[in-house]
Design a protein around this ligand. Structure first.
Ligand SMILES: Cc1cc2nc3c(=O)[nH]c(=O)nc-3n(C[C@H](O)[C@H](O)[C@H](O)COP(=O)(O)O)c2cc1C
Length: 158
């Protein structure tokens, strides 16, 4: 069974809420999922998953430092995460406040690892984005995204 990690940083809870909505979608699809605060994720843990979805609040249009720190430390696994499925999500305060640039920055790092990025022709194209806490639109997109990443992961990794 495909195994997915949802890893998030969240200071005031908005990104965390998104993480658990994405988890719902992954579970609906029938895949195994762990949802963890980034502080509880060790770099070596990343090897144990077929899909990795990373969420961060938008800080100055980019990911928060604890998420960047995990990615920087993931150099230890350079070459070992190839072909795993990758995804990203973010909460910001403002429309146009940089949530998509945050998602793209996370995805860039995952691509450098050789991971397969899961876009979406519906919903939020690069990965779910929210203005502060998830509203109905975001809830739907997060659940849909979790399912979609899980489906792609199952196709690639069984
Ligand atoms: C240091 C810092 C930088 C931030 N930078 C931005 C920003 O560039 N654009 C934006 O729209 N919101 C910005 N915000 C607001 C957060 O992204 C927003 O409140 C988010 O929902 C917080 O997510 P959380 O509840 O998961 O911590 C910033 C907040 C902090 C604390």
């Amino acid at each position: 069974m495909a195994k997915i990690l949802i890893c998030y940083y969240s200071r005031s809870g908005n990104t965390k809420k998104m993480a658990y909505l994405i988890q719902e979608g992954v579970m609906d699809e029938g895949s195994e999922v762990d949802t963890k605060d980034v502080k509880n994720v060790k770099v070596d843990d990343l090897k144990g998953y077929d899909g990795i979805i990373i969420g961060s609040p938008t800080y100055y249009g980019l990911m928060a430092a604890p998420v960047k720190d995990l990615l920087d430390r993931s150099i230890k696994l350079h070459g070992k995460l190839q072909d795993k499925v990758g995804g990203a999500f973010s909460s910001s305060a403002n429309i146009g406040g940089g949530n998509e640039t945050t998602v793209m920055a996370i995805l860039q790092a995952l691509m450098i690892h050789g991971m397969v990025i899961c876009g979406d022709h519906r919903g939020d194209h690069y990965g779910p984005v929210s203005i502060e806490a998830p509203d109905k639109r975001v809830e739907k997109n997060c659940i849909m995204y979790g399912k979609r990443v899980a489906e792609l992961t199952r196709k690639l990794h069984g």
